[in-house]
Design a protein. Structure first.
Length: 251
């Protein structure tokens, strides 16, 4: 591999061919195989000057060229960028002479980053579209179900809960009094009130008012409770008397 040293025998033969005690050449440092980071540090001044010159040229070009010329420049830059992308796609990434493995890996990551980013964005877009489609399908189903419920409610009206009137067939003792005047505190009632709906906690009319209430005992139940109470008291007294007899015997 180019970034590795040759064998010792090869290096020894090359050293013999070159000879010893040679004078240093003019471009010794530029031709020497050194790492890229070290080359940047050594050539920092020249790199900075080149950057300043490029910046000045760009500023001068922007001031001079306007309108269509700027558009042409944009087109040229876009073409150059597309060409660079094509060259990057076609050319294989290989390690350069004097480049370390760390810098080579970083260069590979920089080249592959836009492709990975585009793939992630496309996958996220497909996921979003799928979720959006599911939500829209749910909304359409809900709308259809609500329309069907409305149609069924219109066709079959709800039957309100009605309580049969006990006094429907009987003659009322009070006279009916229909008046549009508002009811007041001291008005005289002409008929008992009729409840069309049951209030909260009220029993159904089928049960009637004669049903048993919670916590109310009959006479027979009271007698049974008294008998059981007397039996429990008698058993308790017998147990206490036995305990006392045992204590006396032990003493």
């Amino acid at each position: 591999m180019p970034h590795k040293r040759a064998k010792f025998s090869v290096r020894q033969n090359a050293r013999k061919q070159r000879g010893d005690n040679l004078a240093p050449q003019k471009e010794f440092l530029s031709n020497e195989l050194i790492p890229k980071a070290v080359a940047r540090v050594l050539n920092a001044a020249t790199i900075r000057e080149q950057y300043k010159l490029k910046k000045r040229k760009l500023e001068d070009d922007n001031e001079q060229k306007q309108g269509s010329k700027c558009r042409r420049l944009d087109d040229d830059t876009n073409d150059s960028k597309s060409r660079r992308k094509e060259v990057r796609a076609t050319s294989k990434l290989t390690i350069k002479p004097g480049e370390s493995i760390q810098h080579f890996n970083r260069r590979v990551e920089d080249d592959m980053r836009p492709l990975v980013k585009a793939a992630v964005q496309s996958s996220n877009a497909t996921v979003r579209n799928a979720v959006k489609g599911e939500r829209e399908a749910k909304l359409v189903k809900k709308a259809k179900n609500s329309k069907n419920d409305e149609k069924s409610s219109k066709t079959a009206p709800k039957s309100p809960l009605t309580i049969p009137d006990k006094h429907a067939n009987k003659a009322k003792e009070f006279l009916t009094h229909s008046s549009s005047a508002p009811r007041r505190l001291n008005d005289i009632a002409q008929a008992p009130p009729e409840f069309k709906r049951l209030p909260r906690g009220a029993a159904a009319p089928d049960q009637g008012l004669g049903g048993k209430h919670d916590g109310v005992l009959s006479m027979a139940q009271k007698q049974l409770m008294e008998k059981e109470r007397e039996k429990a008291i008698a058993k308790y007294r017998e147990m206490k008397s036995r305990q006392r007899n045992k204590m006396n015997e032990e003493d």
